[in-house]
Design a protein around this ligand. Structure first.
Ligand code: AVJ
Length: 311
């Protein structure tokens, strides 16, 4: 089955519009990282020795799969927000009794179709119905095919300002139609560990950040000189967040969609925030969004957490 694209034409327009508006405001939404190349780079980030979140969360999913399965129950439907390559959900699906349907939602369409085909091959009884959509905008989910459970791993929630995160959780709750949400949340920790995770030795995170400009060159005919921009990522303790920026290495002018943008040496484009939470801080946020926080699973070093949120 083809990947559904409710707003296929509109999506490309909206990268153009949003990116140009972002250049004016010197701030670009991190969702635009994930074109096909960006999604590939993100998968490489997940395998980096410094990037602890993915392997820590995978270990938690593996270790507690039976507990999740018991909570989810038989014949359920899983909706994953920002599914990417759908690696993590496999651990969940393997443990479930007769899961009925899996609906991966992702902004990167190409990526979704491949991942869906692989899942269908590996889970013959499972209906896989990918949806290429931006879940920060309106989302047209099909009617539930079983008890609907939301899955939002990877601490993607950290990309949102706490107030926006709360609003997004409230919308998930509405879409889940009475079902629970299993969500991965990165925890506050030693700043040096956080710093290393976003400043890897191989430069994959830098390439991921710079791909945003490469994408503008590919899709919008922009003329960014990638060698004139530097990756910068740092932890900001008062706000408990990693900030990523692209910093202009010199005075320069860039042409994007017929418009010229000027940058001084040191000017930056803010490309991502990645908020970190305490377990209790996140539970309080979930409560403000209307959820009833349930059990929380963390690794021994308390690097990462998985939260079960009841509607
Ligand atoms: C997918 C948003 C959770 O913030 O850690 C990884 C993205 N950015 N390295 C994160 C990311 C740089 C990631 N999230």
């Amino acid at each position: 089955m083809a990947v559904q694209r409710p707003q296929a034409g509109a999506r490309r327009m909206s990268f153009a519009d949003d990116f140009v508006a972002g250049l004016r405001a010197r701030r670009i939404a991190p969702k635009w990282f994930y074109d096909a190349e960006g999604s590939r780079l993100f998968e490489r980030i997940c395998e980096l020795p410094e990037y602890y979140p993915t392997r820590t969360e995978l270990a938690l999913l593996d270790r507690h799969a039976d507990e999740f399965a018991a909570r989810i129950g038989p014949g359920a439907e899983i909706v994953e927000f920002g599914a990417g390559a759908s690696v993590k959900v496999r651990l969940l699906l393997q443990a479930l009794a007769a899961p009925r349907r899996f609906v991966p939602v992702d902004i990167s369409g190409e990526h979704l179709a491949d991942a869906a085909a692989a899942l269908r091959a590996d889970f013959p009884g499972l209906a896989v119905e990918p949806l290429a959509a931006d879940f920060t905008a309106a989302l047209e989910l099909p009617p539930p095919a079983g008890r609907r459970i939301g899955f939002f791993p990877g601490s993607s929630i950290g990309n949102f300002e706490p107030a926006e995160a709360c609003a997004l959780l409230a919308r998930f709750r509405h879409w889940l139609d009475g079902g629970a949400l299993l969500i991965g949340v990165d925890l506050i920790k030693e700043p040096a560990l956080l710093h290393a995770a976003y400043n890897d030795a191989q430069g994959v995170t830098a390439a991921f950040n710079l791909n945003l400009l490469a994408r503008a060159n590919r899709e919008l005919g922009a003329d960014f000189d990638l060698s004139a921009w530097a990756h910068a990522a740092f932890y900001h303790p008062p706000l408990r967040r990693i900030e990523m920026h692209l910093v202009s290495r010199r005075r320069q002018a860039v042409c994007v969609a017929g418009e010229v943008f000027e940058f001084d040496e040191g000017d930056s484009l803010h490309t991502e925030n990645s908020y970190k939470y305490s377990v209790d801080g996140f539970r309080a946020l979930a409560r403000r969004a209307g959820f009833e926080p349930g059990p929380v699973w963390t690794d021994a070093a308390r690097r990462f957490s998985l939260h079960w949120l009841e509607p």
